[in-house]
Design a protein around this ligand. Structure first.
Ligand SMILES: *[C@@H]1O[C@H](CO)[C@@H](O)[C@H](O)[C@H]1NC(C)=O
Length: 218
């Protein structure tokens, strides 16, 4: 047996690769820090605002209707997303390019991740519409039925998974280890956000179903 297939060897090489990638990240760069803060801020912001809306209807009151309130929040969240993406691109410009990421297979993985990511994001937006995508349930705007067709038959959270894949893909095609850190942060924040969003959405829909059943029984 040759040494190259030695598991310990593989482990050492992997460790060296990770060490190498991490070392080429400039964590002191202001743009990278802003990028990470922005990534963290967005889901925290929309969860707080959506809960406030649910409890006080403040956006509905300001905008004049639930729909107008939800569209207002949609524009704000969308704009925050563009800001975050712009900061991410600025951050990557300042960061080192890694030869370890500039290999053919990873470039292909990168392009594939971007394409799959965009398909997931755009198709779920198409299926859910604006209010379904942007927290309409907190405004009392509910979908008639849970969407189960594509992309929801291949992903539980196509919007989040698609967004994470896009960050991953861009980082790979630009061969920027720092981008991978941001992509991990995106994934981490969405995981946390889902811990809050999924049970809350389930509760809102359960309440609706309970009310409808009570009406039927009257
Ligand atoms: C998901 O649904 C699409 C059509 O909406 C279908 O073409 C595809 O095969 C389905 N995928 C799975 C894994 O069920």
């Amino acid at each position: 047996m040759s040494d190259t297939f030695d598991i310990k060897n593989v482990f050492e090489q992997t460790k060296e690769l990770y060490g190498n990638l991490i070392q080429s990240v400039d964590f002191n760069d202001t743009y990278l820090r802003y990028s990470l803060i922005w990534v963290a801020f967005n889901p925290i912001f929309w969860n707080i605002v959506a809960r406030l809306e649910y409890n006080t209807h403040f956006l509905t009151k300001i905008a004049g209707s639930a729909k107008a309130g939800c569209y207002t929040l949609a524009v704000i969240i969308f704009t925050l997303g563009i800001g975050r993406d712009h900061m991410f691109n600025l951050a990557l410009q300042n960061q080192e390019t890694s030869p370890f990421l500039q290999i053919d297979i990873l470039q292909k993985v990168g392009y594939t991740a971007i394409v799959i990511g965009q398909i997931l994001v755009l198709s779920s937006m198409y299926q859910l519409g604006i209010t379904g995508t942007y927290l309409g349930d907190y405004f009392g705007i509910l979908m008639k039925d849970r969407v189960t067709s594509f992309p929801f038959n291949v992903s539980n959270n196509p919007m989040y998974q698609g967004s994470t894949l896009s960050f991953l893909g861009i980082s790979l095609i630009k061969a920027k280890p720092a981008g991978l850190i941001v992509a991990l942060a995106v994934q981490f924040m969405y995981d946390i956000a889902l811990q809050f969003e999924e049970p809350f959405t389930a509760k809102i829909y359960a309440n609706r179903d309970k009310l409808e059943n009570e009406k039927k029984n009257l």
